[in-house]
Write a protein that binds this ligand. Structure first.
Ligand SMILES: Nc1nc2c(c(=O)[nH]1)N[C@H]1C(S)=C(S)[C@@H](COP(=O)(O)O)O[C@H]1N2
Ligand SMILES: [Mo]
Length: 445
């Protein structure tokens, strides 16, 4: 079992070149002057529809042209959605289930034709259910059964997949599936059902099992406006690949990656009162929903004194949303504020959160958001921005600085007004640390 190495968001974000870009090249000055129009405040003032309309205004109607400094950085921005093949992979197993030969995949149920899902009661903490779905009884759910349900029950939503331990997002996609509760109700549960746990194919070796769990209430009800927990079979309009956990994986919208079990084959209904996730073993806070945080994507390694400094970055939009991204440049020769470990008293300045992209990327068919994607209107435009549980981009053109060595920091402020790393600063509940990047300003001429 190989756990991923810890890396900072910046390291991963720095390789956008091969992704090409699909971001609208909107003039930075226009961004600055239009800032008000895409801020949450004016969103509320204009109503979501009005604001979305403005965000989608063709670039031709924007008055100014991009400053060369930021235009270059925009051109190198990664696409908004991640092509399924370019997600970073977090898979355990020896051998990795997705690397099995086609024939073996068929044999163990890792193809759409052979996949089966069992839903049973936990023998150790039984939940009272009338109709377990088992292979033995011929009642297990197969892929055509799932597709039948999909005809009337399919849902789609945008979500960034982030490993709690790696910290930086692995990829952003539109995940499609059937709410897990649809299958749970088929078992006719009656009583003594408090949680659900689930796992995927693990080479029939109990030591390789990677299991996650949820309170049953979260599966049965979508509170706080969250999308449902799904049995997912498509990503960005394509069948879910073996690498991404296909034919079917669980996707839990608000959770870190470890709750979204790949190659799912078994769901267990239990009266156990507590979580039994494999991830708890490594000291992880397994009840932690996605946090909001910022990181840079491009920072010039060296700039000349007095030259404006273009910076781009991304922000993961966690469960508490995103109201601001801010940056702060501090000369290394000067002392840091004392007794202020999160730099709350530093002179932070606002960066520009970029509006919804003109092109979504990610190999989305026709580059259009599939119909009936939660959070999008009938034209495929986001109803709110920045969208919760996604990843957005930001940019700022900093005024020139005197020669010297500096540290650039970026942070988010969530919709509750909490500046990073608050309100949940502890590492094992997910990354939220304030990023630091060195910046060297050379004498001019
Ligand atoms: N069966 C199984 N599911 C799994 C894992 C695994 O090792 N085995 N890794 C989990 C973890 S820790 C993460 S972060 C996500 C990553 O999803 P991805 O590989 O599609 O990027 O998958 C989760 N689902
Ligand atoms: Mo993970």
């Amino acid at each position: 079992m190989k756990l991923p190495r810890d890396v900072s968001g910046r390291q991963l974000g720095l390789a956008p070149a091969k992704l090409g870009y699909s971001f609208t090249m909107i003039a930075p000055q226009s961004f600055l002057s239009e800032h008000d129009l895409v801020s949450r405040r004016s969103f509320l003032r204009l109503g979501a529809a009005g604001a979305a309309g403005i965000a989608f205004q063709p670039i031709a109607t924007l008055a100014e042209t991009p400053s060369p400094e930021l235009a270059g950085a925009f051109a190198r921005l990664e696409s908004f959605l991640t092509p399924p093949g370019q997600f970073r992979d977090v898979s355990r197993g020896k051998p990795l289930p997705h690397s099995l030969p086609e024939e073996k995949k068929r044999e163990v149920g890792l193809t759409r034709e052979s996949w089966k899902l069992e839903v049973i009661s936990d023998p150790d903490h039984p939940a009272r259910i009338r109709q377990p779905l088992t292979k033995a009884a011929g009642t297990a759910l197969d892929f055509s059964g799932l597709m039948q349900l999909a005809e009337t029950r399919a849902v789609r939503f945008l979500k960034v997949m982030t490993c709690l331990n790696i910290g930086c997002p692995l990829g952003t996609g539109i995940w499609e599936g059937v709410p897990l509760r649809e299958i749970i109700w088929r078992t006719e549960p009656r009583e003594d059902l408090r949680r659900v746990f689930y796992y995927g194919y693990h080479n029939d070796d109990p030591k390789q099992m990677f299991r996650s769990s949820l309170p049953i209430g979260r599966v049965l009800e979508d509170y706080h406006g969250l999308p449902p927990v799904i049995l997912c079979y498509k990503l960005n309009g394509e069948w879910l690949s073996p690498q991404r956990g296909g034919p079917v994986r669980i996707v839990v919208p608000e959770a870190y990656g470890f709750k979204s079990i790949k190659w799912v084959t078994r769901v267990v209904l239990t009266n156990l009162a507590h979580a039994n996730d494999t991830y708890a073993d490594a000291n992880n806070d397994i009840d932690s929903p996605l946090k909001t945080f910022a990181a840079t994507l491009s920072v010039p390694t060296e700039v000349k004194a007095g030259e404006p400094i273009p910076i781009t970055g991304y922000a993961q939009v966690g469960i508490s949303g995103l109201s601001k991204v801010q940056v702060w440049v501090h000369p290394d020769a000067q002392a840091l504020p004392s007794q202020d470990r999160y730099f709350t008293t530093a002179p932070w300045t606002d960066a520009q959160i970029l509006p919804p992209p003109k092109r979504w990327g990610g190999n989305l068919p026709g580059d259009s958001i599939p119909p009936n994607t939660l959070g999008f209107d009938s034209q495929g435009r986001p109803r709110t921005w920045p969208m919760r549980l996604s990843k957005v981009h930001w940019a700022v053109l900093l005024p020139g600085l005197p020669a010297g060595k500096y540290t650039l920091r970026s942070r988010t402020i969530d919709e509750n007004g909490n500046a990073q790393p608050m309100p949940r600063p502890f590492r094992k509940s997910g990354h939220a640390e304030i990023e630091q990047v060195s910046l060297v300003v050379k004498p001019a001429g």
